[in-house]
Design a protein around this ligand. Structure first.
Ligand SMILES: Cc1cc2nc3c(=O)[nH]c(=O)nc-3n(C[C@H](O)[C@H](O)[C@H](O)COP(=O)(O)OP(=O)(O)OC[C@H]3O[C@@H](n4cnc5c(N)ncnc54)[C@H](O)[C@@H]3O)c2cc1C
Ligand SMILES: *[C@@H]1O[C@H](CO)[C@@H](O)[C@H](O)[C@H]1NC(C)=O
Ligand SMILES: *[C@@H]1O[C@H](CO)[C@@H](O)[C@H](O)[C@H]1NC(C)=O
Ligand SMILES: *[C@@H]1O[C@H](CO)[C@@H](O)[C@H](O)[C@H]1NC(C)=O
Ligand SMILES: *[C@@H]1O[C@H](CO)[C@@H](O)[C@H](O)[C@H]1NC(C)=O
Ligand SMILES: *[C@@H]1O[C@H](CO)[C@@H](O)[C@H](O)[C@H]1NC(C)=O
Ligand SMILES: *[C@@H]1O[C@H](CO)[C@@H](O)[C@H](O)[C@H]1NC(C)=O
Length: 601
C-alpha cells in the first residue's frame, strides 16, 4: 500500500482515504478539472515542481469495473459501450450521454460512452495506438498559425509520453501476422509512462480478413503508423503493459508512476464534480467550485486552472462559467466573461458501419466460449501474460479511395475531399468477428469502414445554467451529403474485400448484414444511415485557433481567449480530427502544454 498526498493505492479503504483530499476549501498551485487522459498526464508532469489538485467526477475503475477495464480482451466487449438508447447502464464508469435524435441517421439517439473514472476514456477505450499523418499535423499548424505543431516538432512529445516494447514473437505465435514498425519513432530512454506493446495473441479471424484487405490494394505499411505515414495495413500496438498484459491508462501509467516517486505534489479528489470555474474582477481564474456528494466547496488555484473534462464536458463547463456564445449564455442568465462563439461548435466525429458474413475460422471469442476453454485461457493469461485474454485486437487498414471509387462521386464531394492533405486517408477499415451462436457456422466476421474525412459538423450546448443537467449533444451525423457519398464508395470497397478470392475458402453463405438485396446506392446509403456507430473519436469543440478568428477558443498554448489563468487541454482543442485513433495525440498535447506551463509560457 502506498499512501501519498491523499491518494491511497492498493488499499481496500481507498475510497475513504481519498476523502482526506476531499471536501473543504483548499488551495494549490494548479487545479486540473478532469482526471482523464489528458488531465492525469498533465497533472503528473506539473506535480514535479508544483502542488496540483485533480478534480474527478468518477472513482477508481479497478474497483468500480472489476477486471473489465484491466484485461485487454474485455476492452472489446464491455456491455455499456453499446450505442443504442437501451444500452446497459454502468454509471460508475460512464457518463451515460445520449445525443439528440439524428435526423440524417435514422433519427436515432446515440449513447456516446465517455469514461467517468480516474483515467477517463483511457480506462474504457479499445487501446489501439498510432499517430496521425505528417500532412494532418501540417494542416493543424497552418490553421492555428504555429509551426510548432508540425509532425517533426511534436515528435519529441509523442516520444516522451510512452515506452514501446517490441513484439514478443514467441508468445505472439503468429508468423502470418507480421509486425512492421519504425523504432526511430520511439525513444525508450525517456521512460515515457504510457506502455505501448503488441498483443501476445492474434485473432485468427483478423489474420484472414487482413489478407482480404491486402488483396484489394491495402498492402502492409513498412513503417507501421507512428512515424507520420498512415496508409495501407499494419498490426498496430495497443496501450497494454506487457509485464502482465493489463491496460495502460493515464491512471495506471502517468499517475501511478508519479505516486511511486513519493515526492508527488498531487492530490486527487474523487467523486467530485467541478460545477463552475471562478474568476476575479480581472477575469483571472482563481479556482473551481466543486461538489462532492452534495457538499460544495472551493479549490483555489494560486497559478492556473486547467480544464480537461473531455470533448463534451469541457465546452459545457466553459459555458456554465461565462465563456461561450453570448446568445446561449444570455438565454440562461449566465454573466458573459468572454463571448466566444466557437465554444461547443466544430464537433468532428468519425463514424463507421459493418458488413457481416459467416466465416469458417475461429475468432478470439470462440476460444473463450466454454468454461473449460476459459480455464485454459486464464492459465495462459496469469502464468504467461499471453493467450486470448491478453490482446485487444490489432489490425488496422487505411486508404485514400482509389480512382475508380472517386470516379462515382459528385464533383462537389470530389472537390471537398481533394482539399484534405494528400496523405490523409478517407477510410479506415477494421476487421473483427464474434462467435456466431449458429451450429454450423463458427464465426461471424465483420469488416467495418470508418469515415476519416467527415464534412458534417455537430455541436454541444447547455440546457440550463446547472452542471446537474447533461450537455446537449447534436452529433450532426451525415448531415453533409458528401459523407453519405464517400461512405457508399467505402461500402463497395468493403464488399470488394469480402469477395476477394484469397478468403473464398473461409467465407460461408451469403452476406448476413446488410445482405445481397441491399445493392443500389440509395439502399446502401439508407443502410448506413440506420446503422452508423461512433468510434468514439469526437473532437474539436473548443478549437485551437488564431486570436480574434471566428470559432477559435484557445490559442496555441491552450489559453482560453478573453480570460486569464485558464487553459483547456484535452481532445476538445484539436482544430481538426486527426485521421485515425486520437489517444496518442491527446497524450502528446498534454506533454506539449505541460512544458509550456513549466517554462512559464
Ligand atoms: C469506447 C472508446 C473507445 C476508444 N478507442 C480508442 C482507441 O482504441 N484508440 C485511441 O487512440 N482512442 C480511442 N478512443 C478515444 C480516446 O480514448 C479519447 O479521445 C481520449 O481518451 C479523450 O481524452 P480526454 O482527455 O479528451 O477526455 P477523457 O479521457 O474522457 O477525460 C475527461 C475526464 O473529465 C472528467 N470530467 C468531466 N466533467 C467533469 C466535471 N464537471 N468535474 C470533474 N470531472 C469531470 C471525466 O470523468 C473524465 O475522467 C476511444 C474512446 C472511447 C470512449
Ligand atoms: C470556502 O470558500 C468560499 C469562497 O471563497 C467561502 O464563501 C466559504 O465561506 C469558505 N468555506 C469555509 C468553510 O472556509
Ligand atoms: C474476470 O472476473 C470474472 C468475475 O469475477 C471472472 O469470472 C473471470 O475469470 C475474470 N477474468 C480474468 C481474465 O481474470
Ligand atoms: C495464422 O496463424 C494462426 C495460428 O496458427 C491461424 O489460426 C490462422 O488461421 C492463420 N491465418 C492465416 C490467414 O493463415
Ligand atoms: C447545432 O447544429 C444543428 C444542425 O446544424 C442546428 O440546428 C443547431 O441550431 C445547432 N445548435 C447549436 C447550439 O449550435
Ligand atoms: C482453398 O482450399 C483448397 C483446398 O484445400 C486449396 O487447394 C486452395 O489453394 C485454397 N485456395 C485459396 C485461395 O486459399
Ligand atoms: C448449416 O447447415 C444446414 C443443414 O445442413 C444448411 O442447410 C445450411 O446451409 C448451413 N448453413 C451454413 C451457413 O453453412
Amino acid at each position: 500500500m502506498v499512501a501519498l498526498c491523499g491518494l491511497i493505492v492498493g488499499s481496500s479503504t481507498q475510497e475513504e482515504q481519498l476523502r482526506s483530499g476531499g471536501p473543504g476549501n483548499a488551495s494549490y498551485d494548479y487545479v486540473v478539472i478532469g482526471g482523464g487522459t489528458a488531465g492525469l498526464a498533465l497533472a503528473s508532469r506539473l506535480s514535479a515542481s508544483a502542488s496540483v489538485a485533480v478534480i474527478e467526477a468518477g472513482g477508481i475503475y479497478e474497483q468500480d469495473n472489476g477486471n473489465q477495464s484491466i484485461v485487454p480482451y474485455y476492452g472489446l466487449t464491455m456491455p455499456f459501450l453499446a450505442t443504442t438508447e437501451d444500452y446497459p447502464r454502468q454509471p460508475l464508469m460512464d457518463w451515460g450521454l445520449l445525443s439528440t435524435p439524428q435526423p440524417s441517421a435514422g433519427n436515432r439517439r446515440i449513447h456516446y460512452a465517455q469514461g467517468k473514472t480516474l483515467g477517463g476514456s483511457s480506462a474504457i477505450n479499445t487501446m489501439a495506438y498510432h499517430r496521425g499523418t505528417i500532412g494532418s499535423y501540417q494542416r493543424w499548424a497552418d490553421l492555428v498559425g504555429d509551426q510548432s505543431y508540425t509532425f517533426d516538432k511534436i515528435l519529441p512529445y509523442f516520444k516522451r509520453s510512452c515506452t514501446l516494447t517490441p513484439p514478443n514473437l514467441q508468445k505472439r505465435n503468429a508468423p502470418n501476422a507480421t509486425v512492421l514498425y519504425d523504432p526511430s519513432a520511439f525513444d525508450n530512454s525517456l521512460n515515457g509512462p504510457l506502455q505501448v506493446s503488441w498483443g501476445n495473441w492474434v485473432d485468427p479471424t483478423q489474420s484472414w480478413l487482413a489478407r482480404a484487405l491486402q488483396a484489394i490494394g491495402q498492402t502492409l505499411n513498412p513503417s507501421g503508423f507512428s512515424s507520420g505515414k498512415v496508409s495501407g495495413g499494419a498490426w498496430v500496438p495497443s496501450t497494454i503493459d506487457p509485464k502482465d498484459a493489463t491496460r495502460s491508462s493515464s491512471e495506471s501509467s502517468y499517475l501511478r508512476s508519479v505516486l511511486e516517486k513519493k515526492k508527488a505534489g498531487i492530490t486527487v479528489h474523487l467523486h467530485s464534480q467541478a460545477t463552475k470555474i471562478l474568476f476575479n474582477d480581472d477575469k483571472k481564474a482563481t479556482g473551481v467550485a466543486v461538489s462532492t456528494e452534495g457538499r460544495g466547496y472551493v479549490i483555489s488555484a494560486k497559478k492556473e486552472v486547467i480544464l480537461s473534462a473531455g470533448v463534451f464536458h469541457s465546452p459545457q463547463l466553459l459555458m456554465l462559467s461565462g465563456i461561450g456564445p453570448a446568445a446561449t449564455l444570455s438565454a440562461y442568465s449566465i454573466g458573459i466573461l468572454s463571448d466566444l462563439p466557437g465554444v461547443g461548435q466544430n464537433l468532428w466525429d468519425q463514424i463507421f458501419f459493418n458488413v457481416l458474413r459467416g466465416i469458417s475460422v475461429p475468432n478470439t471469442g470462440t476460444y473463450l466460449a466454454t468454461p473449460a476453454q476459459q480455464a485454459v485461457a486464464l492459465q495462459q493469461y496469469f502464468s504467461n501474460a499471453a493467450g486470448p485474454y491478453s490482446s485487444a485486437g490489432g489490425y488496422l487498414s487505411f486508404e485514400k479511395l482509389p480512382p475508380k471509387s472517386l470516379a462515382g462521386l459528385s464533383s462537389r464531394t470530389a472537390s471537398l475531399l481533394s482539399q484534405f492533405p494528400s496523405d490523409w486517408p478517407e477510410i479506415e477499415y477494421i476487421a473483427s468477428g464474434f462467435p456466431s451462436g449458429i451450429a454450423n457456422l463458427t464465426t461471424i466476421g465483420a469488416i467495418s469502414a470508418t469515415l476519416l474525412t467527415p464534412l458534417s459538423r455537430g455541436n454541444v450546448t447547455i440546457r440550463s445554467a446547472s452542471i446537474s443537467d447533461p450537455p446537449v449533444i447534436d452529433l450532426g451525423w451525415l448531415s453533409d451529403a458528401a459523407d453519405g457519398e464517400t461512405f457508399v464508395a467505402a461500402f463497395k470497397r468493403v464488399r470488394e474485400a469480402w469477395n476477394s478470392p484469397v478468403i473464398a475458402n473461409i467465407t460461408v453463405g451469403p452476406e448476413i448484414v446488410p445482405g445481397d438485396s441491399v445493392f443500389s446506392d440509395a439502399d446502401i446509403l439508407a443502410f448506413i444511415r440506420q446503422s452508423a456507430q461512433p468510434i468514439w473519436h469526437a473532437s474539436s469543440t473548443c478549437a485551437m485557433g488564431k486570436a480574434g478568428e471566428k470559432g477559435a477558443v484557445v490559442d496555441t498554448k491552450a489559453r482560453v481567449f478573453g480570460v486569464k489563468g485558464l487553459r483547456v487541454v484535452d481532445n476538445s482543442i484539436t482544430p481538426l480530427s486527426v485521421p485515425g485513433h486520437p489517444q496518442s495525440t491527446v497524450y502528446m498535447l498534454a506533454e506539449k502544454i505541460a512544458e509550456d506551463i513549466l517554462k512559464g509560457r
